[in-house]
Ligand binder design. Structure first.
Ligand SMILES: Cc1cc2nc3c(=O)[nH]c(=O)nc-3n(C[C@H](O)[C@H](O)[C@H](O)COP(=O)(O)OP(=O)(O)OC[C@H]3O[C@@H](n4cnc5c(N)ncnc54)[C@H](O)[C@@H]3O)c2cc1C
Length: 260
């Protein structure tokens, strides 16, 4: 069985988000990490590998420094890594990103593709289902559990108030939730091995069945018309009153503003 996991290098937003003066994200000013949903997807793939001996390949599209997340994935146990990088791919929106990744995946064999549900920077949750659409394979999103049964995959799909159990014949694509599992740590041996292994680097010329009009900034139908900070509300008015006075006070304010 061959599993591909799509991983994205994202800025670590835990310590707060930094912006450039022009309103764009200050990526250089923040630590870069493996997107959390993707790490859970990788862990799910590695558990299937532990059970069945499957081969796990990780793929990322990004700047050359995205090599770091691929090495991290190999130190966790991934067998192969592919970095898709090229100047003409820069500025891609979700359409151009998924077109590019699908173009790369057409070069390799896969039974199961796992992506994260969403990236913590772009946050659209569009790339996984779009890749499946480009490749003409079924997709199951929001996976809270993944099991292999013969040539099919059984996924517990999370809804707001319930789960659905869905079965799909492979090849198919699953989008993983970070709640899926607790990812393993890299092992010291794995870290050494990861730096001995080769990362396959592909550029524009290696993408299969992809038009120039569907990649990079020029091939991105999404345009950012305006970026602005969230308007912060003031501290409001603070009053100290007993419960009876509070009711009268609030009712008075609501009447004053014609709310009631
Ligand atoms: C006009 C425009 C210009 C942009 N320019 C840039 C830019 O220059 N640099 C930049 O970093 N972003 C840029 N973006 C943001 C970019 O659109 C998104 O980051 C990207 O398309 C992925 O969307 P997302 O983050 O919402 O991913 P989601 O759809 O939320 O991601 C879902 C899953 O898809 C997979 N995935 C997503 N992206 C990748 C990837 N690159 N490699 C491997 N797997 C992936 C992961 O498994 C991820 O968990 C730009 C956006 C627009 C609209």
């Amino acid at each position: 069985m061959k599993i591909v996991v799509c991983i994205k290098q994202v800025p670590d937003t835990k310590g707060g988000v930094k912006f450039n003066p022009d309103g764009t994200l200050d990526r250089a000013g923040m630590l870069a990490i493996m997107n959390p949903d993707d790490k859970a997807g990788l862990e799910a793939a590695l558990r299937i590998k532990d059970e069945t001996g499957a081969e796990v390949t990780v793929v990322t599209m990004g700047l050359p420094k995205a090599d770091d997340v691929l090495r991290e994935a190999m130190a966790m146990g991934a067998d192969k890594a592919i970095l898709v990088t090229d100047r003409v791919l820069g500025g891609a929106d979700t359409w151009a990103t998924s077109t590019t990744i699908a173009g790369a995946l057409r070069n390799i064999d896969y039974d199961l593709i796992i992506t994260g549900r969403q990236a913590i920077d772009g946050d659209t949750a569009q790339v996984g289902p779009q890749i499946a659409e480009h490749l003409g394979i079924p997709v199951i999103s929001y996976a809270a559990d993944i099991k292999v049964e013969g040539d099919s995959i059984i996924v517990k799909r999370q809804y707001e108030d319930r789960y659905h159990e869905l079965k799909a014949k492979m090849p198919c694509l699953v989008t993983a939730l970070s709640e899926l599992n607790v990812p393993r740590y890299m092992t010291p041996g794995g870290i050494f091995d990861a730096y001995d292994k080769e990362v396959t680097v592909w550029g524009r010329k290696d993408l299969k069945d992809v038009d120039d009009g569907d990649i990079g900034l020029a091939g991105s139908p999404t345009k950012i018309a305006k970026a602005s900070d969230k308007v912060r509300k003031g501290a409001g008015e603070k009053v100290v009153l007993d419960p009876t006075e509070s009711v009268a006070y609030i009712m008075g304010k609501l009447k004053e503003r014609h709310v009631i």
